[in-house]
Design a protein around this ligand. Structure first.
Ligand code: FES
Length: 109
């Protein structure tokens, strides 16, 4: 993954380690919240790992290029916005900006 310049107007959480490999999301605690980071469609995505329906870990669900599907009851969330594309969840997940500067992951706080 190529290094990116992180916008300075965003408050970033620096996480040690390498970016995730495709198909193997990682979970990083950001200010006490579990955030899933995944490699999708040649880039990185980051979203709060807890499903808004009954709190299952979305990092254990199914990712495609545009959405993540919860492993428990199959709510599907749009990666661009976090909104649920189908129920039972009705509340969005938080999607965060993420970049890799060549040495560390930077996740929006
Ligand atoms: S916990 Fe995610 S859909 Fe129910």
């Amino acid at each position: 993954m190529e290094a990116e310049t992180a916008p300075s107007e965003v408050a970033w959480w620096p996480a040690t380690g390498s970016p995730p490999e495709p198909g193997a999301p990682i979970v990083v605690a950001v200010d006490g919240t579990d955030v899933a980071v995944a490699a999708v469609a040649g880039g990185l995505v980051a979203f709060d790992d807890t499903c808004t329906h009954r709190m299952c870990p979305l990092s254990e669900g199914v990712l495609d290029e545009t959405s993540v599907t919860c492993p428990c009851h199959k709510s599907r969330f749009e990666l661009a916005t976090g909104r649920p594309l189908n129920g039972p969840a009705t509340e969005p997940i938080r999607v965060r900006r993420v970049s890799f500067d060549g040495t560390q992951l930077l996740i929006e706080r």
